[in-house]
Ligand binder design. Sequence first.
Ligand code: ZN
Length: 178
Amino acid sequence: MDYQPKSLPIITYGHPTLRVKCERVTEFNEELARFAADMFRTLHDNDGVGLAASQVDRRIQLLVVGVPQKDTEELLHIVVINPEILETRGSWDYEEGCLSVPELRDVVTRPEWIKLKYQDLSGKEHVLEADKLLARVLQHEIDHLNGVLFVDHLSVVRRALMNGKLKQLERENAKVCM
Ligand SMILES: [Zn+2]
């Protein structure tokens, strides 16, 4: 593909797009492939391991992951479109952060293993079994496509500790929108 991917601006807490349920992708065309390339560029420019389309203000069910593989140094890159979690197992506590909720991190409990159905850029369907970090990132990004943020998983007490910072992010967003 003869295309120079560009880095897209990431929206943050308080932006309305982070709270919508994204639309299913129905057209698997060149524009979608270019957008996925932009998503990978954005992911790497921000040192992320996963990014959902809603985080760059695009309301479609597409996410990208770039996580270290278990046995090698290489990153595993996947474009995941119209994901659907078919099965989950186990439970795992792990500290999460989010490019859209800068500076805040906390431990979130999620299933350790998932079985996922999704489509690739050509529309072909795949079933993927993932555990540990890959399963974690996929669940975090799928949440984004449903308007859910990691802070929503925290207890009332943990959330209250973050409230000051979250309110500040909301105010900053309000300024940008004016
Ligand atoms: Zn996130």
